[in-house]
Write a protein that binds this ligand. Structure first.
Ligand SMILES: Nc1ncnc2c1ncn2[C@@H]1O[C@H](COP(=O)(O)OP(=O)(O)OP(=O)(O)O)[C@@H](O)[C@H]1O
Ligand SMILES: [Mg+2]
Length: 346
């Protein structure tokens, strides 16, 4: 983790969309997915921080980092600065903690109790007519793919239970993941809405690029073609690789090498070549080998199915320069470039 996060850039449309979303009871939890490091967590935390600005002092938004193991200040963020909130929350999950369940998971499974404590502790037991939002971040990685379907169904039931019990103006729950596999699992059911958050667009990415003080010899367009708007990769290029694109490419070649080896062992290199040329080959060629390749690329978080509505209600535009097709996309063009380089060498 870095000592400080860069200034938050853009995401104006996404913040507005979230605002509209939270203004009424949506009946279904919203499951948000998108490329690793595209900024889901940052977006939702910024939204939670500004929740009272949008819905008034009496509104409540709570962010839970389901992956956090023990630090309550990392695991929880609330839109309201209540005195004693962390202590109250730890108390609400103490049964889980006593049996060794990590803090983030314990909180994710104790939403009802947490809301109850907040209501009693800070609002004399009544949450009537309030706007309430609960965000559970990174749930698939925290509880495991085998329990994701159960959890999202549980969220659905919880939303209704809380709505009936407290009669708020609007209560909504948003859960996130960057695992495409979990998106597929949840997508099989009708008890959650699924929407996409994508990497930054070119102008927002440019803003972040200059925010990170690049040296004069680093050209923005080359970085865009390499990273395709992924903010985490940009932060990595700046801070971990000290703006050396070459060092970054070498590092990722080593990281992805074993994936190419396993693709080769499965006899799928010819299919990989097709996907490197056109990522939508995954949609166009419908044989078993392509399906096996898709699973490998998805499991390794290299590609993502993107034929889904974004949270702003649109779709992610196709852009072959950065490996974004109509149905599938490389999570960042860096992966395509590195895989191509590895193939050229073997
Ligand atoms: N709009 C933004 N402005 C500035 N920095 C951003 C923005 N979005 C993301 N970042 C930075 O990029 C990095 C990755 O963002 P974040 O952790 O939110 O991604 P994520 O989609 O939640 O990733 P994961 O899939 O691993 O959960 C962080 O350092 C974050 O501060
Ligand atoms: Mg995240």
């Amino acid at each position: 983790m870095y000592l400080f996060e860069p200034r938050f850039v853009n995401r104006v449309e996404e913040i507005n969309a979230l605002k509209t979303y939270c203004s009424s009871f949506r009946a279904l939890p919203l499951y948000i997915y998108g490329p690793e490091g595209c900024g889901k967590t940052r977006l939702l935390k910024e939204f939670v921080k500004r929740f009272s600005e949008f819905f008034g002092e009496e509104s409540i938004a709570i962010y839970i980092d389901a992956l956090e193991e023990r630090d309550i200040e990392h695991a929880l963020l609330a839109s309201v600065k209540w005195e004693g909130f962390f202590k109250l929350s730890l108390d609400a999950v103490k049964d889980f903690l006593q049996v060794g369940i990590p803090l983030g998971q314990a909180l994710s499974r104790s939403i009802s109790r947490l809301i109850d404590r907040i209501a009693k502790g800070f609002y004399k037991g009544s949450l009537r007519d309030k706007y309430i939002l609960i965000v559970v971040d990174d749930i698939a990685r925290a509880i495991g793919l085998n329990r994701v379907e159960w959890y999202v169904k549980w969220l659905y039931e919880l939303m209704w239970k809380l709505a009936e019990e407290y009669r708020p103006k609007a209560i909504n729950i948003i859960a996130t993941t960057s695992e495409d596999t979990s998106r597929k699992l949840v997508g099989r059911h009708s008890y959650a809405g699924i929407e996409l958050v994508w990497n930054l667009d070119k102008s927002a990415f440019k803003e972040l690029f200059y925010e990170l003080n690049p040296p004069g010899n680093v050209d923005f367009n080359s970085v865009w073609r390499l990273l395709g708007g992924n903010p985490r990769k940009l932060v990595e290029l700046a801070r971990r690789f000290n703006w050396s694109i070459e060092d970054m490419l070498v590092d990722y070649s080593r990281r992805l090498h074993s994936i190419v080896t396993s693709i080769a062992r499965e006899g799928l290199l010819d299919k990989l070549e097709l996907v490197l040329e056109d990522v939508d080959s995954l949609e166009k060629i419908r044989d078993k080998d392509m399906e096996r390749l898709e699973n490998i690329l998805e499991d390794n978080n290299l590609i993502l199915y993107k034929y889904t509505t974004t949270i702003t209600g649109g779709e992610v535009a196709e852009d072959s320069e950065i490996g974004v097709g109509k149905y599938y996309a490389w999570q960042t063009p860096l992966y395509r470039i590195v895989l191509k380089n590895i193939l050229d060498e073997i």
